[in-house]
Design a protein around this ligand. Structure first.
Ligand SMILES: CC(C)(COP(=O)(O)OP(=O)(O)OC[C@H]1O[C@@H](n2cnc3c(N)ncnc32)[C@H](O)[C@@H]1OP(=O)(O)O)[C@@H](O)C(=O)NCCC(=O)NCCS
Length: 311
């Protein structure tokens, strides 16, 4: 047996904020946003829908897909930088809301790489046989830490949640390799300053176009495959130009890469699990496909996982 994904799910708020809406809010244009980032629109949660509510909806969806109930869970992890409150954690709120047993529950802070950190942590508990089913949710309500008067950041982000259940799968499938890393000296490039998110876009861009391609190749090689063997690539959905750098390094065609950044913008820790859940539901990810997930974010942090999909 090997640790792998046994279910996926996601939730995005209904309210759509388009680039044209943003033209009326800050000094920007649809053309600038599309050509620099690939983003066309993003989802914004209503005031009464906080992070834990989006997490709950994605979690229910993932558990249904895995064919388990809350009573089957052994641990809950939530990756987020926008919890309802600093504590109790979103994971504890979720445990209560789901009616899970009194299992371990914690939030995990690795910004946009959070889901990668969560998946790799979950893998350790499954591999050692300690736990059977771990729920991991990547969720953000970035709209509450966005300065809606700042054109440098307000055009980039959105709200949403993605979730996965990590459990035992057959040993020819599941998580084959991973890489996690951090460089705290780059913390100054992306951080929350009092109420709002603050960013040096150019520095983050330079870091990301170097790190995402490198980590993608590393996990494919560690898994014992060739770059072109990758069936589907899910890079952190931050900016299409950064994502393209990873795709080109692997040498795979456009249709083998998730591009939900167009409709959701950058949803930080939620971006990879949302794209993963959509990829499974729309049939882009099939049984036995070699899938690479790769993320980067504030910290600075990064992480990648290569797995064979299926149970
Ligand atoms: C932010 C980002 C899209 C900017 O793209 P870019 O190609 O670096 O942009 P440039 O440096 O060529 O242009 C910046 C100029 O556009 C302007 N600009 C910034 N945001 C703008 C907007 N929304 N609309 C119009 N102009 C904008 C800037 O003020 C600057 O103007 P100046 O040259 O007169 O000072 C890009 O740097 C990026 O994606 N960085 C990574 C961000 C990221 O992924 N963050 C999340 C990490 S998890």
């Amino acid at each position: 047996m090997r640790a792998g994904i046994t279910g996926t799910g996601h939730y995005v708020p209904e309210k759509v904020l388009t680039n044209f809406d943003l033209e009326k809010m800050v000094d920007t244009t649809d053309e600038w946003i599309r050509t620099r980032t690939g983003i066309e629109e993003r989802r914004i949660a209503e005031d009464d829908m906080d992070t834990s509510e989006m997490a709950y909806r994605a979690a229910v969806n993932a558990m249904e897909d895995a064919g388990i109930t809350a009573k089957d869970l052994d641990m809950i992890m939530v990756a987020t930088v926008t919890p309802d409150t600093p504590f109790p954690s979103v994971a504890c709120m979720l445990q209560d809301r789901l009616g899970a047993n009194k299992v371990a529950a914690m939030d995990l802070s690795a910004a946009c790489s959070g889901f990668m950190y969560g998946m790799v942590t979950a893998k350790q508990f499954i591999d050692t046989g300690v736990y059977k089913n771990i729920l991991i949710v990547g969720v953000e309500k970035l709209s509450k830490i966005t300065d809606w008067t700042d054109r440098n950041t307000s055009v980039l982000f959105g709200d949403g949640a993605g979730a996965a259940v990590i459990g035992e799968v057959s040993d020819d499938r599941g998580i084959l390799s991973f890489e996690l890393g951090a460089d705290g000296s780059g913390g100054k490039y992306l951080y929350q300053d009092k109420d709002y998110l603050s960013m040096n876009g150019r520095e983050v861009f330079k870091f990301a176009v170097r790190q995402m391609p490198e980590s993608s190749v590393n996990v494919v090689e560690k898994a014992g495959y060739q770059r072109e063997d990758v069936d589907y690539l899910i890079p952190h959905q931050a900016n299409i130009r950064i994502m393209e750098a990873a795709r080109e390094k692997l040498g795979i065609p456009e249709e083998k890469m998730a591009t939900s950044v167009k409709k959701y913008g950058n949803t930080s820790a939620a971006s990879i699990p949302i794209a993963l859940s959509e990829g499974v539901k729309n049939g882009k990810i099939k049984e036995d496909d070699l899938v690479v997930l790769v993320g980067f974010g504030g910290g600075l942090t990064w992480g990648a996982v290569a797995f064979k999909y299926g149970r």
